[in-house]
Design a protein around this ligand. Structure first.
Ligand code: FES
Length: 192
């Protein structure tokens, strides 16, 4: 009995059935949300774990690398590492230097023409001699030479691609030139 003396009226069977159905609906919905959230969290952490195993890393080529022993290189320009390492290995009567195969105009890759003893850039026509001096075209500076050393353990030449010799050239009748003697100094020249 309620305080007002009125008897609680019992719900009819149809009303009870409706209440039960509504309760079941909300219970199931709650469970669905719970499991859905759990699955989403599991999926998220799975993706995180996969990303951890396969991180987004950009693999750059190494800037310090070995190129074999001095005896592997004869007199002249060796072209074999141009594609893989962007360098030419040059041996003259006094030793070895390594030039960076990047044009000093706008960065294209020149080609070596052994019959002409010249590097020629296909982009805008810069021409370099075997020492890297500019003897034609728009390039404003000579080709870079990279720093070299000999590995004391295996005797191989080690190239440091980012440590570069870049002297100021003189404007002459032949082109933009640098005195060769001033270039043949450590660590940019190996007397081997
Ligand atoms: S990039 Fe070589 S001449 Fe322009």
């Amino acid at each position: 009995m309620n305080p007002g003396g009125k008897k609680d009226s019992p719900q009819n069977p149809q009303q009870q059935q409706t209440d039960v159905t509504r309760r079941r609906f909300f219970t199931l919905m709650g469970l669905g949300i719970g499991w859905g959230g759990f699955a989403a969290a599991l999926g998220g952490s799975g993706v995180g774990a996969l990303r951890y195993m396969f991180p987004n890393v950009l693999y750059e080529p190494p800037t310090v690398f070995k190129i074999g022993k001095p005896d592997d290189y004869g007199i002249g320009v060796d072209n074999k590492l141009k594609k893989e390492r962007q360098i030419w290995v040059v041996r003259n009567e006094r030793g070895i230097y390594v030039m960076v195969a990047i044009c000093r105009h706008l960065g294209c890759t020149p080609n070596w023409f052994d019959d002409q003893k010249k590097f020629r850039c296909p982009c805008h026509g810069s021409i370099y001699d075997v020492a890297g001096n500019v003897v034609g075209g728009p390039a404003p500076r000579t080709l870079w030479r990279a720093a070299l050393s000999i590995d004391p353990v295996d005797g191989q030449i080690v190239v440091n691609f980012t440590q570069r010799q870049d002297p100021d050239p003189k404007g002459t009748e032949e082109g933009l030139m640098v005195d060769e003697k001033s270039r043949e100094v450590p660590p940019f020249f190996l007397e081997v």
